[in-house]
Design a binder for this molecule. Structure first.
Ligand code: ATP
Ligand code: MG
Length: 424
């Protein structure tokens, strides 16, 4: 993509409602635009990142045998009355009537719909396990939407639902999804922890959360310094200031607790029969009796991951994208686009890198070099090639590495090899 053709409305000032650095940087780099409290549009650069996260999630879930579907965002109120959550869920559930006065809700999660789908096709134990997922817009009328897309009202979630004939099967499906999550977060390349969690108003018994570690995280998590024990402090039933847990004995008897801050980006639950019972979902067991299947449900905050990645990867000049979710692979910064000779070199390098699949950006705008460098750092593209009057004839190019704040002279072939290893 040529920068001159890119719609990237960068903003000089921090938005007045922004507290978090990720919120400021996403608005300033033209990734998102606020349309109402907790409601955002994703602009081209932001959407590229969001789509990359989405693709990593999708690819890994498919690898672990989950099947993609797409359910409606608008859900009939009757289903929510049937599960008992119509009243229980609280004000986050946005309710409305259609022109015939039928009640509907905007889906904050999809247990009711998935049960409705599943129960309409009689199944036997032989057809299980089944694991269905979608990547779709959710709506929760959060009391205090804040931090940009980190806690918004409309957001993109991956939600998956598994069905098994018994508890043993559920434990297996749950374990498989946990493994899928581990490979997702490893691939995105963020520092995260898996912690024991409270299951909130989704219900069920066992649940774990995936947290990206960041000082700005809303959740406190307690980790042992000498075992793999880790828990959201919510589950430790500690009624005093949770930061006092620092240095206390770990509940598993091994080592002492350290308190860290995390951003919840994933949550997996063993629901058991809570919804299959309430929604009257039946499956034939080995003896031909109809039983309620054991369900699991599994969420990932796809849009929240984008903000969390920035919280963990930035400096005082801007974003530093992890390689796997960068909007562009490399930024070719042309210092004199008015010169045909120089632009010719830039365009040739651009074509070569594009053909090699590195998704380059070519900054061909006729503006001051200082602004190009500033915006390059703000946008967070991990690598750059700087071409100007002083070096366009050289065989070695000036190659910049954003995270190390370093520039090295490299031949194009070596740059290709280097990028090939980063973006394999
Ligand atoms: P939180 O405790 O942060 O409110 P939750 O526990 O209510 O989240 P879940 O029902 O577990 O959320 O939803 C699955 C995932 O969706 C969460 O782990 C989180 O990453 C994401 N998510 C939930 N609420 C929001 C929101 N308001 N904005 C963006 N992402 C969200
Ligand atoms: Mg949760």
């Amino acid at each position: 993509m040529y920068f001159s053709k890119l719609f990237v409305p960068t903003v000089k000032e921090d938005p007045s409602d922004a507290e978090l650095i990720s919120h400021k940087l996403m608005v300033r780099s033209g990734m998102i635009k606020r349309n109402a409290a907790g409601i955002y549009s994703w602009l081209p650069v932001g959407l590229k990142v969001l789509k990359k996260v989405e693709e990593i999630v999708r690819k890994n879930l498919n690898n672990f045998d989950a099947e993609e579907i797409l359910m409606p965002m608008v859900q009939p109120a009757e289903l929510w009355k049937e599960s008992g959550r119509y009243g229980e869920y609280g004000k986050e559930l946005l309710k409305f009537d259609d022109r015939s006065n039928r009640g509907f809700v905007l889906g904050p999660t999809h247990e009711e719909i998935i049960c409705e789908i599943f129960r309409s096709h009689p199944k036997s134990y032989k057809d299980l396990p089944v694991n269905l997922y979608q990547i779709q817009t959710k709506f929760r009328d959060e009391i205090r939407p804040r931090f940009g897309v980190m806690r918004s009202r409309e957001f993109l979630m991956k939600d998956a639902y598994s069905f098994d004939i018994d508890e043993k099967g559920l434990v297996k499906s749950y374990g498989k999804m946990k493994d899928a999550y581990i490979s997702i977060f490893n691939e995105i390349g963020l520092d995260y922890r898996i912690v024991k969690a409270d299951s909130g108003n989704i219900g069920g018994d066992i649940s774990e959360e995936f947290h990206i570690l960041a000082d700005s995280g809303e959740d406190l998590i307690a980790v042992s310094n000498s075992s793999d024990f880790a828990a959201n402090v919510e589950v430790l039933n500690y009624d005093k200031d949770p930061s006092e847990l620092e240095g206390k004995k770990s509940p598993d008897g091994k080592g002492k607790l350290k308190i860290k801050r995390g951003i919840e980006v994933g949550h997996i639950f063993q629901l058991g029969q809570k919804y299959s019972q309430a929604m009257n979902v039946g499956v034939k067991d080995m003896n031909g009796n109809s039983v309620h299947p054991f369900m699991g449900c599994y969420g990932i905050g796809v849009s929240r991951i984008v903000a969390a990645a920035i919280e963990q990867n930035h400096d005082d000049r801007g974003i530093q994208w992890p390689d796997k979710i960068t909007p562009f692979g490399v930024n070719i910064i042309c210092l004199d686009p008015e010169s045909d000779e120089i632009m010719k070199v830039c365009s040739e390098i651009y074509s070569i890198l594009k053909k090699s699949g590195f998704d380059p950006l070519l900054d061909d705008r006729d503006i001051r070099a200082g602004i190009k460098f500033k915006e390059h750092e703000l946008l967070g593209i991990p690598y750059s090639i700087i071409i100007g009057p002083n070096n366009f004839k050289n065989t070695k190019l000036e190659f910049g590495i954003r995270a190390q704040n370093e520039k090295i002279d490299m031949k194009l072939d070596d740059i290709k090899k280097y990028l090939g290893e980063k973006y394999d």
